[in-house]
Each structure stands twice: as C-alpha cells, then as structure tokens.
Design a protein around this ligand. Structure first.
Ligand code: NAP
Ligand code: 8YV
Length: 320
C-alpha cells in the first residue's frame, strides 16, 4: 500500500472501496464522527477526493485541502463538484463518461414508454387482481409523436438513435448546434418545448440549467405533452411541474431524478399515471462496475503517470 492518502466522501460500491483501500491509505468520510476536527488535523495529508455525487464538494470544502491534486467522481454528471474552484486550485476533476451512455439511454427509452403507455399503473392494476374483463387504455401514445431532446450529448444521441428506430420525429436544444446529426436544432428551450409532444431532459445540472424547465416551458409543451427527466432533478422546477400535472397543463411525466433526492414529493407519489424511478439510469451491475473501474483507473493514471484519463472540461489535460 502506498502512503498516498485519499478521502472518500460517499459510500461507493464495494469494487471501488476494495480497490482503492488496497492501493492507497483510504479514509471514509461517513465513518468519521467529528468531521470538522478530523479535517483540521488531516486535510493537509489528503491528495485525492473520491466522490459519488451525493456530498457537495463546494469551494469552501475544496479549499480545506492545501495539497489536493485530484477529485475523482463516480458518475458522468459532476454538478455536485465546484469544478471551477478546483481549476483555480490546480486540482484536476475526473468523471466517468461513455461507459454508462448506452445503459442510461436504455433506461430513458424504457421510462418514456412506461410513461406514455402508463405501464406502471397497468401493472399495479393487474397485481391488485383487477383483470377480470377489460383493461385501462392509456391516454398517451408514441405513435406519430415528436421527441424533443434537451441535452443532445453522448447520452442524448444514444437516445436519439433508439428513438429513430422507433419512428419518432426528433429535434433538440443545446447551446450549440451538433454537426453529426440531422435532427432539427432549436436555439431556445421554449421553441423546442413548443415543437415537442415529449420533452426529454438529459442536460447536466448546475447553475446554468437550474429550473430552466419551468411553468412557461411546461405550458408550451401543452396538454398532450409528456416530460421525461433523466438528467438532473435541479433542471426542472418541481413545484411548477406538480402544479402543471395537477392542473392538466401537461399530460404526464416520467422522472428518474428529483430536486431533493431521495425525497420525492407526496403530490407526485399520489399521481397514478406519473412514473417515478429512484435515479437508476446507470444502475446495472455491469455498468456500475465499469464506472467504478474508470474512477479507479483515473486515480491510478494520475498517481502513476501524472495524467488523468477522463478530465472534465473545466480542468482540461494537459493544462492550458
Ligand atoms: P454530455 O455528453 O456532456 O452532454 C450534455 C449535453 O447537454 C451537451 O450536448 C451540451 O451541449 C448540453 N448542455 C450542457 N449545458 C447546457 C445548457 N446550459 N443549455 C443547453 N444545453 C446544454 O453529457 P452526457 O454524458 O450525455 O450526460 C448528460 C447528463 O446526464 C449528465 O450530466 C448527468 O447529469 C445525466 N445523467 C443521469 C444519469 C441517471 O442515472 N439518471 C446517468 C448518467 C448521466 P452544449 O455544450 O452545446 O450546450
Ligand atoms: C449515477 C449519474 O447514478 O453518472 C451520472 O451522472 O447520475 C448516475 O450514473 C450517479 O452519479 C452515482 O451517484
């Protein structure tokens, strides 16, 4: 075991905990009782943070570690980390792109079908032994529907490929137009919502996207419209969404992510036709292991070769 000391901020999968603790001197933050005193004494020895996207790694937290070199995140989304502050402190941030793309796209398509065809409610209906004669028809359909993708990046494009095969018409909104797709580009989210029957959000969280799906966007989506969110809960104004569902401003919603996870508002739980998943977009053993391995490989590459494998955009490598 090397003398390099790392602090794990969230309980990561056993694969990661085991590999990291075999190679480095690992401290587990959730096992430390008096965190403030511990950090006062030990933060200068910590060279790497190993994170899981749950504990906020904000500017004041990063600044507590004067000898920090790397923040390795488990997950492609890193909105829980202040990557701009890390860049200012010359700390590299890594995430786990690509290895989860197809899994999350599968989940997004599943969630979209479940929501449009009200499959969760139908299964609950069967399990309640209601299937004696007929069965309930869903108000929604994917036939002749227009799918608007908000956040046409790696996962958005994988969703687009699947949706093309299903015969959906596709358009998207990003800050910049993509050269490698033929889908129609909308330069504003409002224009995309106006065009869409189904608005599927897979954009990152963070200040730039906070609550951009608001009452105006939901109203533009319209009374036959369906919102799918598999990106980050913070992107949708959850209170506005609940009001829009209660007032039938939109037809339905399928959500894998929420504003204050693991809290899910009672108003959503009470709605039979809405589909709610516990942030499981990437949650297969196969894909979580691949994410964990990439997180471990980023740490190894950094401490053995002095270069990260998958640095985020704010901390490019080699440094500018
Ligand atoms: P990505 O390749 O970076 O794609 C993100 C896309 O969003 C880019 O095309 C980007 O295009 C667009 N975008 C970013 N900021 C924007 C803004 N302010 N306004 C409009 N468009 C914006 O990332 P990815 O690998 O596809 O992952 C996307 C997100 O999915 C992650 O950040 C994470 O939050 C979420 N996710 C969720 C799960 C889950 O389990 N539910 C799993 C994995 C990922 P421009 O730069 O041109 O704007
Ligand atoms: C993970 C995710 O579940 O990669 C992401 O951005 O949201 C998911 O794959 C999450 O990061 C792990 O906590």
């Amino acid at each position: 075991m090397s003398e390099i000391q790392l602090l794990m901020t969230d309980p990561l999968p056993p694969l990661v905990q085991s590999a990291v603790s075999k190679t480095y001197r690992l401290h587990r933050m959730w096992q430390i009782e008096d965190k403030d005193t511990w950090l006062g004494e030990n933060a200068p020895s910590i060279r790497g943070l190993v994170c899981g996207g749950h504990s906020p790694i904000d500017a004041s937290f990063i600044r507590r570690f004067p000898n920090l070199e790397i923040i390795a995140n488990f997950g492609v989304g890193y909105d829980s980390i202040d990557a701009n502050e890390a860049a200012r402190q010359h700390v590299v941030v890594t995430n786990t792109p690509d290895v989860l793309t197809e899994e999350v796209a599968d989940t997004a398509i599943g969630l979209m079908i479940m929501t449009a065809r009200e499959l969760s409610a139908a299964e609950r209906w069967l399990r309640a032994r209601n299937w004696k004669t007929g069965y309930p028809l869903s108000a929604g359909t994917l036939r002749n529907r227009k799918l608007g993708i908000f956040g046409l990046g790696r996962i958005g494009k994988a969703i687009g490929r699947r949706a093309e095969a299903m015969g959906l018409k596709i358009a998207y909104h990003n800050r910049s137009q993509q050269a490698d797709v033929s889908y129609a580009y909308h330069s504003t989210l409002l224009a995309l919502a106006q065009w869409s029957d189904i608005l599927l959000c897979v954009a990152p969280g963070g200040a730039a996207t906070r609550h951009v799906v608001n009452a105006e966007i939901l109203s533009a989506l319209g009374s036959d419209g369906i919102l799918i969110n598999i990106g980050r809960g913070s992107v949708v104004d959850e209170a506005a969404l609940i009001a829009a569902l209660q007032d039938r401003v939109i037809l339905s919603a399928g959500l894998d992510v929420f504003e204050h996870e693991p809290h899910v508002p009672e108003e959503l739980i009470a709605m039979e036709h809405v589909v709610l998943l516990p942030h499981l977009g990437s949650a297969s053993v196969h894909t979580r292991n691949a994410m964990g391995q990439l997180q471990i490989d980023n740490l190894s590459s950094w401490f053995q070769n002095g270069s990260p494998l998958t640095p985020v955009a704010e901390t490019p490598w080699p440094r500018d």
